[in-house]
Design a protein around this ligand. Structure first.
Ligand code: SAM
Length: 282
């Protein structure tokens, strides 16, 4: 079964055995499938692209959430754009005293994730600290008057409804919603096979924020090597947060992680030369 359409990264496909289809429906917005695979457990795909799997989601969601939260050091609230599987929300809920708003365009993703992959959200959807809004994230950030310490853009790739979440207009609206010292992190695909997307996000974010970079993590179910999370903030000190400070925050928070450590956090910002060159070449 084909899991990647030509639009995502042409010429490369990840082949996964579909042992059992648990759900398949083309909603008004997206073609959603949940199936079982012997290596990855339950897998959710949208428009043919793997979104999340039970077995490796922890890598993606821990790095998406704990890196900006521990770098910031005093996150009181966070906005998730997309993230309907609930994985980012679950990681945020590990932090005491945090209020979270999740804005996803497709209610079905939330409902099916709750039903078929409940370990990913781990009860986050029932947590009173989480406010769920069903809306286009692009419109939401344009119209809201609220400010957030961290914005996590946990979107699909830049095709279909997720495309607007990679535009300069969207990033500018996010910037307007960040509190002082706030951080936006984005899902930026796998540089080896999505170089153009990495570069265009970099250029767009760079025109708006004083500190823009990427950090990496290898997610086994995303084809092509390490994936890149975009990082943008106007506080130029946060990306280089000292190890001691990160460690103190991590120990004090007392959260349970399987991938994230303060050392991994720091190392993830060390970009291999070929990726640095993608960002600087004309
Ligand atoms: N880990 C995933 C990946 O591989 O790209 C991303 C997470 S998935 C849960 C992405 C979510 O973004 C989906 O729930 C989808 O409905 C949502 N989404 C797509 N476009 C959106 C938009 N314009 N506004 C809000 N949510 C959107």
């Amino acid at each position: 079964m084909e899991l990647f359409d030509e639009g995502l990264h042409s010429g490369v496909n990840l082949a996964l055995n579909v042992e059992k289809i648990l759900y398949r429906e083309k909603t008004d917005l997206q073609d959603l499938m949940i199936f079982e695979n012997s290596q990855f457990g339950r897998v959710m795909s949208l428009d043919g692209a793997v979104q999340t799997t039970e077995k490796d989601e922890f890598i993606y969601h821990e790095m998406f959430v704990h890196v900006p939260v521990f770098a910031h050091g005093n996150v009181r609230n966070a906005l998730i754009i997309g993230g309907g599987d609930g994985g980012a929300a679950r990681q945020l809920m590990k932090h005491d005293g945090i209020e979270v708003t999740l804005v996803d365009i497709d209610r079905t993703v939330i409902e099916l994730s709750q039903k078929f992959m409940p370990s990913i959200s781990g009860g986050a959807f029932e947590d009173p600290r989480l406010d769920i809004v069903i809306a286009d994230g692009c419109q939401y950030v344009k119209n809201t008057a609220e400010k957030w310490d961290v914005i996590i853009v946990d979107s699909t790739d830049p095709h279909g409804p997720g495309e607007v979440l990679y535009t300069e207009e969207f990033y500018a609206d996010c910037k307007a919603c960040l509190s002082d010292g706030g951080i936006i992190v984005t899902q930026n695909g796998v540089p080896f096979v999505q170089e153009t997307e990495l570069r265009s996000s970099y250029d767009r974010l760079k025109s708006l924020f004083s500190d823009v970079s990427f950090y990496l993590a290898a997610i086994p179910s995303y084809v092509g090597g390490s994936m890149a999370f975009g990082w943008a903030t106007n506080d130029t000190t946060l990306r280089k947060s000292p190890l001691l400070g990160l460690t103190n925050r991590y120990v004090e928070a007392g959260i349970d992680t399987d991938y994230y450590t303060p050392e991994v956090h720091q190392a993830a910002f060390s970009l291999p030369l070929h990726i640095q060159r993608m960002l600087t070449k004309d």
